[in-house]
Design a protein around this ligand. Structure first.
Ligand code: CTP
Ligand code: CA
Length: 232
């Protein structure tokens, strides 16, 4: 199916997409971060807008232009991302968590830049776990709201990527989990992606390596299948 002109199958729907990687402040000049570029989340936002949805994008530390026709909120930390996503999900039909929230943050933010000690010693950073936004969305979901997570996994000798992902899907309580196998190297910042979309109802859709926009459309296809019929 050509996607030059997308079918407006999401017209009348409101969707939330999170994108990018959160940063947790250590002191005024340093943070803990990750390598998420936001490209996949922005592709999701653009694809949904092209299919007629009202799109609310929560962007964490991306270096990308705001997509046309999309309402964008910029955040820095996981706590800010959580607050923005919870606000944006109000009245939304679907939430896609493509962002990479930092799992941990420093226990306290230093108000002054941490200086090097003369004796060559290094500070020890104490970390605490951040809230799990997707899990909270699932625990507080409105009937009919479709929830999508993303997971980059590497299998190990004992457990394959898809087994790990199935367990994560169940743990998170979302409807769909988009799984990247990153065993063979990082996908970060690249234009292409390859994935398996796992559904809580047992469905499994293989998405061959291709542009992030193609994966975005497969995700919205799967979301659209699970949306309740619009009010007559
Ligand atoms: N996620 C979230 N809040 C967090 C961490 C992750 O909402 N604090 C979301 C991500 O946006 C993603 C999904 O949960 O959609 C899976 O993220 P992942 O990092 O794979 O899951 P974790 O539960 O953090 O597990 P892991 O220990 O493997 O990192
Ligand atoms: Ca994580």
């Amino acid at each position: 199916l050509a996607r030059g002109v997308a079918a407006p199958d999401l017209a009348g729907r409101t969707v939330v997409v999170s994108a990018g990687g959160t940063r947790e402040r250590i002191d005024p000049v340093r943070f803990l971060g990750n390598r998420s570029s936001g490209l996949q989340g922005y592709a999701l936002a653009r694809a949904a807008a092209a299919r007629g949805a009202r799109v609310r994008l929560v962007a964490a530390n991306t270096a990308l232009p705001d997509p046309a026709g999309v309402s964008v909120v910029h955040v820095e930390t996981t706590a800010e991302l959580r607050a923005a996503v919870l606000a944006a999900r109000d009245g939304a039909d679907a939430v896609v968590m493509a962002a990479a929230p930092a799992d941990f943050r420093p226990v306290g933010e230093e108000q002054h830049k941490i200086k090097k000690a003369a004796d060559g010693s290094a500070p020890v950073l104490e970390l605490t776990q951040n809230p799990d936004v997707l899990r909270e969305l699932a625990e507080t979901r409105r009937a009919g709201e479709v929830l999508v997570g993303f997971a980059a996994e590497t299998g190990d000798d004992a457990t394959g990527v898809l087994d790990l992902a199935r367990a994560k899907l169940a743990r998170k309580g979302c409807d769909l989990l988009v799984v990247n196998d990153v065993s063979g190297g990082a996908v970060f910042g690249q234009a292409d992606n390859q994935a398996v979309v796992l559904a809580a109802d047992g469905a499994e859709v293989d998405v061959p390596r291709g542009p992030k926009s193609a994966l975005a459309h497969v995700v919205w296809d799967q979301v659209a299948l699970r949306l309740a019929a619009p009010p007559a």
